[in-house]
Design a protein around this ligand. Sequence first.
Ligand SMILES: [Zn+2]
Length: 206
Amino acid sequence: MEFSSKLLENAVYEMSQLPGIGKRTALRLVLHLLKQPEERTNMLSDALMSLRSNINFCATCHNISDTILCEICSNTKRDESLVCVVEDIRDVMAIENTSQYNGLYHVLGGKISPMEGVGPQDLNINSLIRRVKEGQVSELIFALSSTMEGDTTNFYIYKQLEGLDVTTSTIARGISVGDELEYADEVTLGRSILNRVPFESSIKAN
Ligand SMILES: [Zn+2]
């Protein structure tokens, strides 16, 4: 792509670094911004800058939050004996959208993937085990995507919990094998969390 301006080229390049944005789309977005009043671009860049510098992660569940404890963890109406283990905050949003779940969450920040160099120490697993040891959690619900990495992560955590007084379950596989959780429709995902099964029987089934 030939540019008549270095400034334009730089803006298009930066925009095209975002996932799912090719050079052509990046160019269209940049030209769109140029047609808008200058305040629009300022508001966009201010929102991104302030997100970057002020964002917090909940001290308990690692969900993105504006406060030390996120709204879910600090809501006394939620059942703190139930903790749903998810890969990232998009999964929290997907499960919240089903309105079928009233427990808390634990956001791992990914899943174990030797291929991508992600080991257990790169994820929020120690803090999860600590939460269980503190004794308020009676059930952990594994809600990772049913891929090999998801299964490996479930199993790793399950082994870490040996000897601790906690029940483990996994969401019912209405979610197709290999599917990412965030793409499941709300009804399917809602039903999967209600019809969860003990984790032990899910290992035997595999
Ligand atoms: Zn939280």
